[in-house]
Design a protein around this ligand. Structure first.
Ligand code: NUP
Length: 211
């Protein structure tokens, strides 16, 4: 049983808000990132949050600690409840993201292994496990792990314990909710919902399949 998180990568503010409104009753959070924010501005985060849906900022923050703090502070001041960051810049950079999140009463999630085919190149050979341990050591609230590779999610679950796992790759990237719903806390679905002819109906169906 898992929560359903809509990855709202629509690039226009009006389209995004219409989809957010029509799907809100079926989803547990909305994840926004560069596609929407570069088109609509960061203020769209507050507009979505005003609908009563928690907003996760998927900026995959990956810079020096001071810059990470500045980015994350802006994200939380805009109304987001969580931020997603990368681990590869190092534990000090990660600590800056976690610190900003917790200063604002928010959460920080760390990308441990990515869901696309190339993710298997860079995050294999123990890298994802290292990132997972870094995330736990930094006090992060959870990790991002690929629904497209359920065995990898299971391996990372062993390491991360009861911290949360949010999992993208369901729908357009080929995975199904049933592949990981017993392993993760949240399933992230983008195009299969926001790109559907009827996003609300698609969200309702994914919600049913995540439970
Ligand atoms: O490993 C990752 N894979 C991934 O797809 C980490 C991510 N943050 N994402 C994001 O999840 C991706 O950027 C997109 O916003 C969403 C998946 O969307 P879709 O493939 O379901 O359309």
């Amino acid at each position: 049983m898992s929560a359903l998180i809509l990855a709202l990568d629509a690039t226009s503010r009006n389209e995004a808000l219409a989809i957010a409104e029509s799907t809100a009753r079926y989803i547990d959070a909305i994840k926004i990132g560069y596609p929407l924010v570069l088109g609509a501005g960061l203020s769209v985060a507050g507009e979505i949050a005003a609908l009563g849906v928690p907003v996760i900022a998927d900026f995959k923050v990956a810079d020096i600690p001071n810059t990470n703090t500045l980015i994350c502070d802006s994200v939380f001041q805009a109304g987001c409840s969580a931020v997603i960051c990368h681990a590869f810049p190092g534990s000090d950079s990660l600590a800056a993201c976690v610190g900003s999140a917790h200063d604002h009463g928010g959460e920080c999630f760390v990308v441990c292994e990515m869901s696309h085919p190339g993710g298997a190149e860079w995050f294999s050979g123990g890298v994802a496990e290292s990132f997972c341990m870094m995330a736990a050591g930094a006090g992060a609230d959870g990790i991002i792990a690929p629904a497209t590779r359920p065995a990898r999610v299971a391996a990372l679950r062993e390491l991360i314990g009861t911290r949360k796992i949010y999992s993208p790759g369901v729908g357009a990237q080929g995975a199904s909710p049933e592949d990981v719903k017993e392993l993760v806390d949240g399933i992230i679905v983008g195009r299969a919902i926001y790109g559907a002819a009827d996003p609300a109906a698609a969200a309702a169906e994914y919600s049913r399949r995540c439970r």
